[in-house]
Structure formats: structure tokens, C-alpha cells
Design a protein around this ligand. Structure first.
Ligand code: ARG
Length: 610
């Protein structure tokens, strides 16, 4: 009996071990880096991008272009914009992407959109690269009609990338000889030239981290062919390399490896099935002091600038949980004031404000986006512990870095019975990240008129002065930057960004990873309607969110940023303050209206610095 059992166990073990090894290997090959999976390391296991791969690839099937497969269905219909209460004026211009605004009576405007943009505010681009449009070729987006171009996968040839011409014309560059192999081909390259098409010259190499690399390598370590930087496949994943990375001048309508985001060497995006991945490139590092500068870039003139479709919007609630339920009227609602102060910026220790340089890209998660390091470099975690205790600090609120030594947060986040510190440059609260900087709080100032009422919180703003040396506290890095202070009132209906580690639908105690979401600025009178917040609102507050419910900030996000784009920079327009629970219909988030406190911020900074 025991022998039988032993034998049975042995059989099980023999069966289980290879399965386990296989799983382990798969796991390693698909390890995470950033948030788009990096493809694994095994060198040249397979030559990708050959005739049979294209024939079998779902995206390169020769199907009729499906006209119904249009994203023109209104996922952001006009009625939503109407209930958000857009101001309806053309000044400032509510039309995006160079749309021309026309006023059509009180509160009504019309945007005349340049092609190919559509939507009430020219915010949408129809899905141009439909499956089948480019046959066995990659569809890339361009800025001139017809707004796409097909890059045929050789040996498939234009115009439709559906017929094959092997070795004729010669696909091999630099005098390479094309050797036919059935429906496929190989290039025999002259000495010194490499790459599938002999398109990589002998001096093609990168220096340092490859940020300046402008060579022609377009294959990864594993032999995958790089996607074009303006490939619809990347843009449709919600990643826009052209606006996401600071060092984007090497990017263009080509598929050469680059390092636009401060990685350690040139890399590129690749596609495996329906998955977007990235990998380091098969590019050589320049050797020795005689290293030749990298060869001059694209053989293909970048005549057409890529266009960028709007990022997909998160559709679910980002958060749950909240404070008290407001009832009715408290104070009469003062008229929101127009901001007149145009000189909002004090001399700053930081060289810039409002510009982010995120690493690689974004992974969509339920209800919000898990953000990558550097996306909201002004976001801080405000952490506390009981005064005098030697316990660890824990996250209590968000905050916003506005200069090397100054953090804005909500007034209700400050409690003088607690010691405070802030963590900057972090996305993950449960791990020590090399990008983070922890700073002690030297002074915590609550607004003099801060007031908590049963139904609302008034003047909910505070300033934290950080401890530093010689006027420097946080060091400016790719991951730690200041947000700019706004200097104008922004239009209702404008889309802005919130971020934080607060409660979500799945985690009532908050998220370990920084999340973000898009919200719209809601008209103040609209938000003061009886069925929304009634007369408890005053001009120290602003509403933002989606009146139909869903995306919202929540408990633990307080004090954190609502940033909006002003002339291409992120300005800190609101601080998460309160709301009637989270994500509820007709109960949007209420934020501290930062434009109301510009003079206060200036005065406090000046008083304490001197
Ligand atoms: N008071 C909350 C906090 O301290 C923020 C609540 C925001 N609520 C909302 N529905 N947006 O974290």
C-alpha cells in the first residue's frame, strides 16, 4: 500500500516539475518593468517578423475594413457636457485641437473642428486605423489627410500591403544582397552592416544611456521588430510617446530605438499578439575614447508629424468612502471672484514647474489609472505619527509640492498633535523606491479662516514648510517637481486630473499605488443647485467630477492635487477637500479653489522665509 502511494507521488512529481518550470519561465519572460510589460531576455530565440508571422497575425489579416467598427459612438455625449454646466463662452476657447469657437447665444457655443477632430469640443478623433486597412502592414497616424499611412511588412508591398514581391525591388539597403527563401528573404550584408535590411551602419552605436542615440537600429534584443513611434497600436493603448516623454526630439514617424525617458539604454515598443510590450534594443555601445558620434538619424524624412488621439477615459469610479452628508443651506453663496493676480510665482528654487516626464507607460486599472513614476512629480504623501512616538509614519493625506521647500495640502490634514513628514517622488506606499525623497515638516500652517461645518469645510487649505539646508529641501529630479500656481480662472467643463492613494471601490483603506483619473470642472451655480450641494458652497471651493457619478476622489486623497493644463503646464487648480461619499450621482468632489488663495500662499511663504 505504501509502495503504491510512493509510486503515485513519484508519478505526480514527474508530471508536475516540468509544468512548474514552464510556468516559471513564462513568468520571467513576462516580468514587469514600468507598467507595460518588458519582453524577456533570451537572445535571438526566434526571428520575428517573417512572412509566416505576418500571415498568421490577427492584425494583418486581409479582412474588409469594418465600417461599423467606429468609435464615433458617443462615449462622452453632449448631454454630459451640458449637465456639467459649461460656461458656454468662447473666451477662453473651449475648443480643443485648434477648433474655432463660435458663440450661439447665452451659454451655447459651437466648435468648428479641423479634420479629423470631432465632438462638441473637438476632443475626439475617429478611429482611423481600422483592422484590415493596411493589409499586412502597420498603420501609423499622420497629421495630414488621410491621417494614416501603411508601412508594409516586407516582402508585402504597397499600396495595400496585400501582395508579395520577394527581392524585387531589393529590400536590402547599403548594397546588401537579397537571398530568396520561398516567400521570404534574407539580406546578406556588406561587412560592417547589420540589421534585417542591412540598414544599420558600422558606426551605429550609443553613448552613455543612449539619450542622444539617433541611429537606425529597429530591432530588440530578441529580434522583434520595433513599432513605429506613431503606430496607432501604441496611441490606442493610451500612450502618447510624443507628449509623455521629455526627451522626445529623437522620436518621429520611424521605428528606430530611442531612449526618451531616462532609461539605461535605447529601447522601443513591440507588439505580441494584442499585447503592447517594450524591450531594450539590439544596439551596441560606442567603445573607447575614439567612439564615433552616433550616425545621423532617420533615413526617412519626418515630413508628417504624428497626431495623437485622445487618451481613453477611465469609466468607473476611482474611489469610495466619504464624509458627512450635507443637508441644506448654511452660508449664502458669494459670487465666485475673477482672479486678477497675474504675478503668482515667487522666486523658486526649482527650475521649472508643471512639466512631467513619466517613465514608460501606464497600466489601466479598475476605475483609475495606475500611474508610472514621474507622471505627477508634484504629488506628495503627507504622513504623520503621534507627537513624540517612535512608530513609523503613515500616509494620511495627499499634498502638492509648489517649490523645493513648500507643500500645499488641505487644512483638515493638519493636526498639531502629530509629527509630520512628506514623501515626494513616490508612487508605491508600501515599498522604498529609489526615486523617493522624504522630508521633515518644519512648520504646518492652517488657513486662519479654516472652518469645519456639519455639511462642508471652508477655506480648507494649509501650507507645509519643509526642513532643508541652504534654502533647498526637496531636490528637483525627473520624479520630484513643483506644480505651477494658476493665474487665471479656467473654464467650466475643462478636463483636469486628480491623483492620490485614497480609497477605491476595491480598497476602502486606500491604494498602495498612486492612481489618477480625469474629472471635469463643474459650473459653480450648477453645483449649488438644490439637488447637488445647495447653498453650502462658497468661493473657497470648486466642484469637479462627473455628475452622472463614477470617477471621483475619496478618503485619503485629501490635500492632493487637481491639476489642469494651462499653456502646456500643469497648474494646481484644486486640492481634494470633501464630498458626499464618493463617486455618487449628483455628488461630485469638492476641492479647495486654489486661485482664491494665491495672495495667502504668497504672504505666508514670504513671512516665513524671511
Ligand atoms: N475628506 C476626504 C479626505 O480626507 C476627501 C474626500 C473627497 N471626497 C469626494 N467625494 N471627492 O481624504
Amino acid at each position: 500500500m505504501n509502495l503504491k502511494l510512493l509510486f503515485f507521488c513519484l508519478v505526480l512529481l514527474v508530471l508536475a516539475i516540468p509544468a512548474e518550470l514552464k510556468r516559471e519561465k513564462r513568468h520571467i519572460r513576462h516580468g514587469w518593468h514600468g507598467h507595460v510589460q518588458r519582453h524577456g531576455h533570451a537572445k535571438h530565440i526566434k526571428k520575428y517578423g517573417r512572412y509566416m508571422d505576418f500571415i498568421q497575425d490577427y492584425f494583418f489579416q486581409l479582412v474588409d475594413v469594418d465600417d461599423d467598427d467606429d468609435d464615433d459612438d458617443d462615449n462622452n455625449p453632449d448631454w454630459i457636457l451640458k449637465i456639467q454646466g459649461p460656461a458656454g463662452q468662447c473666451n477662453p476657447n473651449p475648443c480643443l485641437n485648434n477648433g474655432v469657437c463660435e458663440e450661439r447665444g447665452w451659454r451655447i457655443f459651437r466648435c468648428d473642428c479641423p479634420e479629423p477632430f470631432k465632438g462638441r469640443k473637438c476632443e475626439r478623433v475617429p478611429k482611423i486605423c481600422k483592422r484590415g486597412l493596411c493589409g499586412r502592414g502597420e498603420c501609423v497616424l499622420t497629421s495630414t489627410p488621410p491621417f494614416y499611412e501603411c508601412k508594409c511588412k516586407k516582402p508585402f508591398v504597397p499600396p495595400h500591403c496585400d501582395s508579395v514581391m520577394v527581392c524585387n525591388p531589393n529590400p536590402c539597403a547599403n548594397g546588401g544582397i537579397c537571398i530568396r527563401d520561398g516567400m521570404d528573404f534574407d539580406c546578406e550584408c556588406p561587412p560592417g552592416f547589420t540589421g534585417r535590411f542591412c540598414h544599420v551602419g558600422p558606426n551605429d552605436c550609443y553613448i552613455g544611456d543612449g539619450e542622444s542615440y539617433r541611429g537606425n537600429v529597429s530591432e530588440t534584443d530578441d529580434g522583434d521588430e520595433c513599432l513605429y513611434w506613431n503606430s496607432h497600436f501604441i496611441l490606442e493603448e493610451g500612450i502618447d510617446p510624443f507628449s509623455s516623454y521629455k526627451n522626445n526630439d529623437g522620436l518621429g514617424p520611424h521605428n528606430f530605438c530611442r531612449n526618451p525617458d531616462g532609461d539605461s539604454m535605447p529601447w522601443c515598443f513591440i507588439r505580441r499578439g494584442r499585447k503592447l510590450l517594450w524591450d531594450y534594443c539590439d544596439v551596441t555601445e560606442c567603445r573607447g575614447p575614439t567612439a564615433v558620434p552616433p550616425p545621423k538619424a532617420p533615413t526617412e524624412a519626418p515630413t508628417k508629424a504624428p497626431i495623437v488621439p485622445p487618451r481613453p477615459q477611465p469609466t468607473q469610479a476611482s474611489s469610495r468612502l466619504s464624509t458627512e452628508k450635507p443637508t441644506e443651506a448654511l452660508a449664502p453663496l458669494p459670487k465666485p471672484t475673477e482672479v486678477t493676480d497675474q504675478t503668482t510665482t515667487e522666486p523658486q528654487q526649482f527650475s521649472t514647474c508643471g512639466k512631467s516626464q513619466p517613465k514608460k507607460s501606464f497600466k489601466r486599472i479598475f476605475g483609475g489609472l495606475k500611474v508610472s513614476p514621474g507622471t505627477h512629480p508634484w504629488q506628495v504623501s503627507v504622513q504623520t505619527r503621534k507627537k513624540g512616538s517612535n512608530h513609523g509614519y503613515s500616509h494620511i493625506c495627499g499634498g502638492v509640492l509648489i517649490d523645493s521647500c513648500w507643500v500645499l495640502t488641505a487644512g483638515h490634514c493638519i493636526d498639531n498633535n502629530y509629527d509630520m513628514e512628506v514623501v515626494t517622488g513616490s508612487v508605491s506606499l508600501d515599498s522604498d523606491e529609489p526615486t523617493e525623497q522624504t522630508l521633515q515638516v518644519e512648520d504646518a500652517i492652517i488657513h486662519e479662516n479654516y472652518r469645519e461645518a456639519p455639511d462642508a469645510v471652508y477655506n480648507d487649505i494649509g501650507l507645509l514648510k519643509l526642513k532643508g539646508r541652504d534654502g533647498t529641501c526637496a531636490n528637483e529630479t525627473q520624479f520630484v517637481k513643483a506644480a505651477c500656481l494658476p493665474d487665471i480662472t479656467l473654464p467650466d467643463g475643462m478636463e483636469c486630473t486628480i491623483s492620490g492613494w485614497g480609497a477605491t471601490e476595491q480598497s476602502a483603506f486606500g491604494s498602495n499605488h498612486l492612481l489618477d483619473a480625469k474629472v471635469m470642472l463643474i459650473n459653480h451655480e450648477k453645483c449649488s443647485e438644490k439637488k447637488i450641494y445647495g447653498s453650502v458652497l462658497d468661493n473657497s471651493m470648486l466642484c469637479a467630477g462627473h455628475l452622472q457619478g463614477g470617477v471621483d476622489s475619496c478618503q485619503g486623497d485629501s490635500g492632493g492635487p487637481l491639476t489642469c493644463d494651462q499653456h502646456g503646464s500643469h497648474v494646481i487648480y484644486g486640492l481634494v477637500s470633501w464630498g458626499d461619499q464618493c463617486g455618487r450621482k449628483l455628488k461630485p468632489g469638492v476641492y479647495t479653489r486654489v486661485t482664491n488663495f494665491l495672495d495667502w500662499i504668497k504672504a505666508k511663504k514670504r513671512a516665513i522665509s524671511t
